[in-house]
Design a protein around this ligand. Structure first.
Ligand code: CP3
Length: 350
């Protein structure tokens, strides 16, 4: 076991990403700023639509800080969305109430040509301003996480123009028109490198790459469309920001897939969804990177014994490992706040 290093300072989350076992388990939640919080709903209403909220630093800073004030999490995550990247590449985007995102589909080389090569600074600079303003307001021991979507996951929304049950439109495009699909992935890799470097330079302490849809890929496609682009992002970011701390969240990946991803990309941490085999994952990857996760978001809705037992089992399986407590996916809007309070108290009590 390594001793906590100086580089991570007082942040126990950064200590875990540096491979140390902190004195207590750091905790944050995916989607921790969101509709389950009344104070979020209030700002959301004031801002108007969701994208306006993402692009208005004053409001985005406020909702980023809300869960820190309420629960004292060990990390804040920039309030934005993974689809800001296609939007800033020039792809029209709207969020319909209750329906999720709608993009103008990008399905062939001509559609791709119509997009920008770089991210529109008039959009992205506002997100970067949010990052630096949040960093200035956060306590030193609270880490600030930036993020982007993995190219595969962002591409699935761009090709279909929306979320679909198994992202068949993107999988089909990759099979029928691999040259187009590769060019789309390349564009997203490049944009994501610049975006993450911008966030790190603006004050993010680490970044997470969300690959929400990696679980729909067969092993060969997972290598090509999930691992390889993430590796290119990791290498590209670290070429400009040496030692950048990066977490990958390949939702639905198998243990073989997770292992290959960690070994090939050299990420500092890997996010596990709630289906992960924790002990086998720890045997395979413990000591190589921090393990983040993986409480079932439904256990947090259920509360009571189901919640208590879920947390106990999780803490026991990762006891003594470089572990970052999180959910296995984002918190859902119907989750009672009292259950979040109970979870935080329990994790802090171990
Ligand atoms: O984690 C955080 O608190 C930071 C903010 C964040 C959001 N989205 C805010 C958001 C992050 C990191 C994301 C990532 C994201 N966005 C992903 C990857 C992670 C995951 O959850 O799978 C994906 C696939 C998206 C795309 C997206 N954005 C969808 C499919 C939706 C609609 C579904 C929904 O929950 O409404 C969004 C909207 C969205 N992004 C909301 C929030 C708080 C809800 C918008 C609202 O306030 O109405």
């Amino acid at each position: 076991m390594k001793e906590p290093g100086d580089k991570a300072g007082s942040s126990i989350l950064l200590q875990a990403l540096d491979g140390h076992v902190p004195k207590r388990t750091p905790i944050w939640m995916m989607r921790q700023a969101g509709r389950y919080l009344p104070e979020y709903r209030e700002v959301r209403e004031k801002a108007g639509d969701f994208l306006t909220l993402c692009y208005t630093p004053e409001h985005a800073v406020e909702v980023t800080l809300q869960p820190i004030r309420r629960f004292g999490f060990d990390a804040a995550i920039l309030f934005s969305d993974i689809l800001v990247v296609p939007h800033a590449l020039g792809c029209p985007l709207t969020f319909e109430a209750g329906e999720g995102p709608r993009l103008q589909p990008v399905t062939d080389a001509d559609d791709l040509k119509a997009l920008r090569d770089d991210l529109d600074p008039s959009k992205i600079d506002r997100v970067l301003e949010t990052v630096s303003r949040v960093r200035a307001e956060l306590p030193g021991e609270t880490a600030l996480l930036g993020f982007c979507g993995a190219p595969w996951t962002v591409a699935t929304y761009m090709v279909a123009g929306r979320g679909t049950p198994d992202q068949a439109p993107a999988r089909l495009a990759a099979l029928i028109n691999p040259d187009f699909f590769e060019a789309l992935i390349d564009r997203l890799v490049e944009a994501s490198v610049g975006y993450l470097v911008g966030q790190l330079r603006a004050g993010a302490d680490a970044v997470q790459i969300f690959d929400t849809w990696s679980g729909v890929l067969d092993p060969e496609s997972f290598r090509r469309w999930s691992i390889q682009p993430i590796k290119r992002i990791v290498d590209g970011v670290r070429a400009q920001v040496p030692g950048a701390r990066i977490i990958a969240f390949p939702k639905g990946a198998t243990l073989a897939g997770l292992t290959e991803l960690v070994l090939r990309t050299g990420v500092n941490g890997v996010g596990l969804d709630w289906t992960a085999e924790r002990r086998a994952t720890r045997l395979a990857l413990g000591g190589r990177c921090a393990l983040q996760g993986n409480l079932d978001p439904l256990a947090l809705i259920a509360g009571g014994d189901a919640l208590d037992r879920g947390i106990d089992a999780l803490m026991e399986d990762f006891h003594g490992a470089a572990h970052i407590f999180n959910l296995g996916h984002g918190i859902r809007p119907e989750t009672p706040i009292t259950h979040v309070e109970r979870m935080v108290a329990k994790v802090r009590g171990f």
